[in-house]
Design a protein around this ligand. Structure first.
Ligand SMILES: O=P(O)(O)OP(=O)(O)OP(=O)(O)OC[C@H]1O[C@@H](n2cnc3c(O)ncnc32)[C@H](O)[C@@H]1O
Length: 525
């Protein structure tokens, strides 16, 4: 026995205060002085159920929280080089690594514009074509995580520039490819080859890109047509319900994507890209080999000495070269939209059509249908001219072009000091060519012109054939719609948690209602 005044002690000892006021140290707990009621819930069964229930809830909530916490996403990568007629561009795409069969959404991670001209311009110095790619390729090595390098597919697709070089000089074209392949094999990626895309592939993959990025394919929505204007070729691709394949089988591409069948009309016009079209328009004006031409598609006051040999170098115009022209000619501008349209119309042949309906040059085209995404040079040119707004009526577009073309050249240069002079001098021609190609060539009317959206990119990825090409080669668009679980993961975890909670409450309520011991009145002791 010790004398104590509320000094704290530690278990297994207890202090009990006697009526005299003295404290005793004891190993037995003191009786609880005021506890008179025995709670009916304090039975072994309820305590066990409560403990198990609490553990179950904590476990479920922990699982739900852990399962839904954002995990560090791992990605896979693919690289495509677009070797165009005017330049080469490199695109890196990425998609979530853990999705089955690579079905996660593919997005553009990075793009790089190769310095200099397109690879077809290195016909006489092929090794330089390979070297030209080094800078962008070295940057790609940094952009793709090292551990993914060896499994990252690398493709090079060449378009109209190499198509023309191949037509003109297939040996030179082969040498350019050899040089380019050698250069690309020197990088740590999985190089899958370099090749020329057919015009049909270019058109069809551009259509796949636009509709993939817009989520139209997965959702089975009505598709958007694709209008691509390059430097040396142009493509039109769309789904038309009135397209009878038997009338022109060579324009048909059929796809089965996400369980839907598509019968796509597509055509690529070689030489009708904006650079080659300009050469054709100039060739038309220099048929007789004059020393000076007054070109309505160039601004008043524009004056440049140009060489006949350079103008007629391309296979798109070489057959029309005038006999014994002077070495150079003076290219001057008149700035007249209507007259420019007349010149541009001359590069199309509207007179022969062996089908029920044609666009131009005796090429079949079914009736236009739906909306269209117009990209590449369609966008560059119309963006510069401030004419990308789909709500601008066709008549207004023509008026604005007429006023732009009529603006004196010195004024244009003053107003746009940062823009490349070559582009600047050609916007009047390019704008007029675009409007003429769309309306006279493809038969867009004032009404259907409003269905054209001039686009550069969709949701952060550039519009163009490269993404569609990679999706196709890596089988990333399944033919059949994948079987999805009825609930997303988060929904599944929530439903399980809520159901478990409800069951727990139900068990407690059942015990309370049906076990007689639970209903007992408080017991006074
Ligand atoms: O498909 P192909 O015919 O091979 O051609 P490409 O791949 O070189 O064609 P692009 O889409 O890269 O470019 C189309 C044209 O637009 C031109 N271009 C690029 N940027 C431009 C800009 O800012 N303003 C005007 N024109 C531009 C470029 O010189 C080409 O003539």
């Amino acid at each position: 026995m010790f004398f104590c005044q509320c000094a704290p002690v530690f278990p297994p000892f207890f202090l009990s205060r006697q009526p005299s006021g003295l404290c005793f140290l004891s190993v037995f707990p003191p009786p609880l002085p005021e506890m008179k009621e025995k709670n009916p819930w304090h039975t072994p069964a309820t305590i066990i159920i409560t403990v198990i229930g609490v553990i179950a809830i904590v476990a479920l909530v922990t699982v739900a929280v852990l399962q839904n916490r954002p995990v560090l996403q791992k990605y896979k990568y693919g690289i495509v080089l677009d070797a165009g007629s005017s330049h080469t561009a490199l695109y890196i795409y990425e998609w979530p690594a853990e999705k089955d069969n690579n079905t996660g959404r593919v997005e553009q991670k990075y793009s790089c514009k190769v310095k200099g001209k397109g690879i077809s311009s290195y016909a006489n110095t092929p090794e330089k074509a390979g070297e030209s790619l080094n800078e962008c390729m070295q940057e790609s090595v940094k952009q793709v995580p090292k551990e993914r390098h060896h499994e990252t597919p690398l493709y090079l697709g060449a378009t109209a520039g190499m198509r023309l070089l191949n037509l003109e000089n297939s040996l030179a074209s082969d040498k350019v490819f050899q040089a380019v392949e050698k250069a690309l094999q020197g990088f740590p990626f999985s190089f899958q080859g370099a090749r020329i895309l057919s015009g049909q592939e270019e058109g069809a993959f551009g259509w796949v890109t636009v509709n993939y990025l817009d989520d139209r394919l997965k959702q089975g929505l009505e598709t958007t047509g694709a209008l691509d204007l390059g430097g040396a070729s142009t493509q039109i691709s769309f789904v038309s319900d009135n397209y009878d394949i038997s009338e022109s089988p060579s324009n048909s591409v059929t796809f089965r994507l996400y369980g839907n069948d598509y019968n796509l009309y597509t055509h690529s016009f070689l030489c009708y890209g904006k650079d080659q079209a300009l050469l054709m328009a100039l060739a038309h004006q220099t048929k007789s080999g004059p020393k000076t031409i007054v070109d309505p598609c160039f601004h008043p006051g524009y004056l440049e000495q140009k060489q006949y040999s350079v103008l007629y170098d391309s296979p798109c115009v070489s057959a029309r070269k005038p006999q014994n022209p002077t070495t150079t000619f003076s290219h001057t501008g008149a700035g007249n939209f209507t007259q420019c349209q007349d010149v541009v119309k001359k590069v199309f042949n509207f007179t022969s059509c062996q089908y029920s309906r044609c666009s131009f040059n005796d090429v079949f085209q079914p009736p236009l249908q739906g909306t269209y995404g117009a990209f590449s040079a369609y966008y560059f040119v119309m963006d510069f001219l401030n004419l990308t707004d789909a709500s601008t009526p066709l008549e207004t577009v023509k008026q604005k072009l007429a006023s732009y073309c009529a603006t004196p050249w010195n004024q244009i240069v003053q107003q746009h000091p940062t823009i490349k002079v070559k582009y600047l001098s050609e916007y009047c021609f390019s704008g007029t060519y675009i409007v003429t190609l769309l309306t006279e060539g493809y038969n867009f009317t004032s009404e259907s012109y409003a269905n054209i959206n001039f686009i550069k990119e969709i949701k952060g990825s550039d519009a163009g054939w490269t993404l569609g090409y990679m999706l196709n080669l890596t089988n990333m668009i399944p033919a059949e719609a994948p079987d999805l679980p009825p609930l997303p993961h988060a929904g599944y975890v929530s439903v399980v948690t809520i159901t478990a909670l409800l069951l727990f409450v139900l068990v407690i309520l059942s015990l309370f209602c049906f076990c007689p011991g639970f209903k007992k009145q408080p017991h006074i002791v």
